[in-house]
Design a protein around this ligand. Structure first.
Ligand code: MUC
Ligand code: MG
Length: 385
């Protein structure tokens, strides 16, 4: 019987390398909940619960993730054998509704512990185990300035770090946004794939107009153009078919994914471990997509190294991943909280091969960036749109 000996959830604020301008928030820093579990044998497991823009993206915030873990989930874990990850997460699921980001942090830490105990990467504990060793990684251009975005993309191409670019739009008028995308497509040429993410900010009529214009300038994919809970509008836009439509905010776990697939509401699913409710739930969402003939993309909530390594472990085991991933979260942060950074080269992320999630946070960095210690030197600055 393996018991939980210690649980600690810290909110950690790390500044971004530049403002990251999304339709609903501009990020100057990223707030991550880093969870540390220690079992009765003294083994440590780490997890991460991270969202974007406070409460402007989903119904969970860094503060609510920490509170759900501390107040409701840890007492459940204290009652059981934490070496049975599936049974532990079933018990957590019965005691706590929703709270997908908090559950994802907990499942990650339990899988990290289980992998370390068994001496295998977490990917071995998901599906039938890993089917790939690296993941193509997109970069998001979101400085808010066209020329700066072009220079950034050209640098990424030269360094062979990224050749897939996601542009954040939806904040400005449709025509202005399309002009911005057109300038970037023209500057980068055929060597790059240019995609856009509207983060739900268009009406259906704007999306109809915008997507037709985006098709004409060579944009490859449109992510969540309209509200994620409007599967009807997403289905009509998918059927209209000017540019492939990718669902993101719509996907809140396997049940919703099933409804979205049945409604033909997307050509592609952006699968995120936190939004899905954990690594196994993400695997289930991907299975639904695969069975429905929907393409798969490995999404991010701009997690740091722990959440990104956990996502990589989950995506390692997906049978199909036609659209690549966007696991660049640690690279948008000014500092890396890991002892050994993740390895990015040749347009891809190498999937960590060590036991568990394969990465470890640096305790000194956690001390330095933890919110309850560093508020005066690193203020949280997630401004609204
Ligand atoms: C999103 O909506 O996809 C992913 C990359 C990025 O820049 O923002 C996130 C969130
Ligand atoms: Mg998105």
């Amino acid at each position: 019987m393996t018991r939980l000996a210690l649980a600690e959830a810290l909110i950690v604020d790390v500044p971004t390398i530049r403002p990251h301008v999304l339709a609903m928030a501009t990020m100057q820093s990223q707030a991550m909940v880093i969870l540390r579990l220690v079992d009765s044998d003294g083994i440590e497991g780490f997890g991460e619960g991270t969202t974007i823009g406070g409460l402007s993206y989903v119904e969970e915030s860094p503060e609510s993730i920490k509170s759900a873990i501390d107040t409701y989930i840890v007492p459940v874990l204290q009652q059981l054998d934490i070496s049975s990850v599936g049974a532990a997460m079933m018990a957590v699921g019965k005691a706590v509704r929703g709270n997908h980001f908090a559950k994802c942090a907990v499942e990650t830490a339990l899988l990290d512990l289980a992998g370390k105990r068994l001496g295998v990467p977490a990917a071995q504990l998901i599906g039938a185990g890993p089917v790939r060793t690296s993941l193509p990684v997109a970069w998001t251009l979101a400085s808010g300035e066209t020329e700066r975005d072009i220079a950034e993309a050209q640098e990424m191409l030269e360094r062979r770090r990224h050749r897939i670019f996601k542009l954040k739009i939806g904040k400005r008028d449709v025509a202005d946004d399309v002009a911005h995308v057109a300038a970037i497509c023209a500057a980068l040429g055929p060597d790059a794939s240019v995609r856009v993410d509207v983060n739900q900010n268009w009406s259906e009529a704007e999306a109809l107009r915008g997507m037709a214009m985006l098709r004409d300038i060579g944009c490859d994919l449109v992510e969540q153009p309209v509200a994620g809970d409007d599967l009807g509008a997403m289905a009509r836009l998918t059927l209209q078919g000017s540019v492939p439509l990718m669902a993101d905010e719509a996907l809140r776990g396997p049940r919703v994914a099933m409804r979205a697939a049945a409604a033909n509401a997307a050509h592609v699913f952006a699968i995120k471990i936190a939004q899905s409710g954990g690594l196994h739930a993400a695997y289930d969402v991907a299975s639904i997509a695969h069975a429905a003939g929907i393409g798969i993309y490995g999404g991010t909530m701009l997690e740091g190294g722990i959440g990104t390594a956990a996502s990589a472990q989950a995506f390692a085991s997906l049978p199909a991943l036609e659209w690549g991933t966007e696991l660049f979260g640690p690279l948008i942060q000014r500092d890396d909280i890991l002892t050994e950074p993740l390895h990015y080269a040749d347009f891809a992320l190498a999937i960590p091969t060590g036991p568990g999630i394969g990465v470890t946070p640096d305790p000194d960095k956690l001390q330095f960036y933890r919110r309850d210690r560093s508020r005066s030197s690193h203020p949280v600055s997630q401004t609204g749109a």
